[in-house]
Design a protein around this ligand. Structure first.
Ligand code: ATP
Ligand code: MG
Length: 314
């Protein structure tokens, strides 16, 4: 594993936990008493303030990003746990992970409080379960060339940012560390994980998207697209894992701007890292190391993350 390539600072040493893996944004730990190479029951997932764009970790990070995104994930897990006769979506939080509003669990070290989750270690499925309710980003690029999104044919005349006739499930293969994730067809996902699991991933992803976008709409927000990851728990239950419905895994837009905006940029007034992507696209040719982010881009990005959390949860 070529982790050093992307990690700007070594992850903190944490009492009771041993560091085993760092992705671009998060650091994973197992209980310190886990045998070398052993399969632990639980993991500590720590969200850092690192921000990535175009597959590069940028410098500096966004202050408080780890806390803001973890708080949002925990809030969504709770929303999806099932109220008002809705089916509960099983999630990977350990039974003793105390939810938002309560004191964090005593096993979460002080150094990472507020940005760590104790989760059950799952048999992760190698599929990024993407759901798109609106046409933009890579979907828009493909549509312009072929009138399709991930091979699914769409009507003529759609514009960047338009709502799709219905939400689309467009899975991607979760490539091993360091490789690019690759869009795949539903049929390919059947080959990778089997027919029953592929269908279950699709159905639950669409269901979560529908529920979450209804919640977002009540708060004047559009959930344009998002990505989930799932794994099987020890009892074989398909379980929602990773972070959910955060501004790293999703695009959120302001609904009012979307309705009244006249340019794609105005319509897609966004609460994710589009500010960072746009600045980088204008100041970097994507060769070599990306430039340092200026203070005002960092400040504005932080403000957007904080505003999203506030608008959703308050
Ligand atoms: P990238 O740098 O491309 O984002 P990544 O997705 O591997 O790589 P992170 O998202 O930073 O890195 O790290 C989180 C990792 O933890 C992911 O690999 C994710 O699949 C894994 N993960 C999340 N929840 C669980 C769980 N409950 N059990 C096991 N692994 C999990
Ligand atoms: Mg990830």
């Amino acid at each position: 594993r070529d982790n050093e390539r992307v990690i700007p600072a070594p992850p903190p040493a944490l009492d009771g936990w041993r560091h085993v893996y760092s992705g671009k944004v998060r650091d994973l730990y197992v209980p310190a008493d886990t045998a070398e190479g052993g399969q632990p029951a639980h993991l500590l997932v720590v969200a850092s303030d690192r921000v990535s764009a175009f597959d590069h970790v940028l410098s500096p990070g966004i202050p408080d990003k780890g806390v803001l995104l973890t708080t949002l994930s925990l809030w969504w897990f709770d929303q999806l746990a099932g109220a008002d006769g809705e089916r509960g979506i099983p999630n990977h939080l350990a039974a003793d992970h105390i939810l938002v509003g309560d004191e964090p669990h005593e096993l979460i070290p002080d150094a990472v409080r507020g940005r760590a989750m104790i989760v059950r270690s799952l048999d992760m499925q190698p599929i990024e379960c993407v759901v798109r309710g609106y046409l933009t980003g890579s979907g828009w690029a493909e549509y312009q060339a072929t009138r399709t999104v991930c091979g699914i044919p769409l009507p003529e005349g759609l514009r960047d940012g338009d709502r799709l006739p219905e939400p689309l499930y467009t899975p991607a293969y979760k490539a091993p560390m360091g490789e690019h994730d690759e869009n795949i067809t539903f049929e390919r996902s059947v080959e990778l994980v089997g027919e029953d699991t592929a269908a279950a991933l699709r159905d639950v992803s669409l269901e979560i998207y529908r529920r979450a976008s209804a919640t977002a709409e009540e708060r004047g927000l559009i959930l344009a697209d998002t990505k989930f990851e799932f794994g099987f728990d020890a009892e074989g239950v398909l379980t929602l894992a990773d972070e959910v419905l955060t501004s790293d895994s999703s695009r959120y837009w302001d609904a009012e701007s979307w309705r009244t905006g006249t340019t794609p940029a105005a319509r897609m007034a966004s609460f994710d890292k589009q500010i960072v992507r746009d600045w980088l696209a204008a100041h970097w040719d994507k060769q070599g190391e990306p430039p340092t982010l200026p203070d005002d881009i960092v400040t504005r990005t932080r403000a957007r993350y904080a505003e999203l959390l506030e608008r959703l949860t308050s």
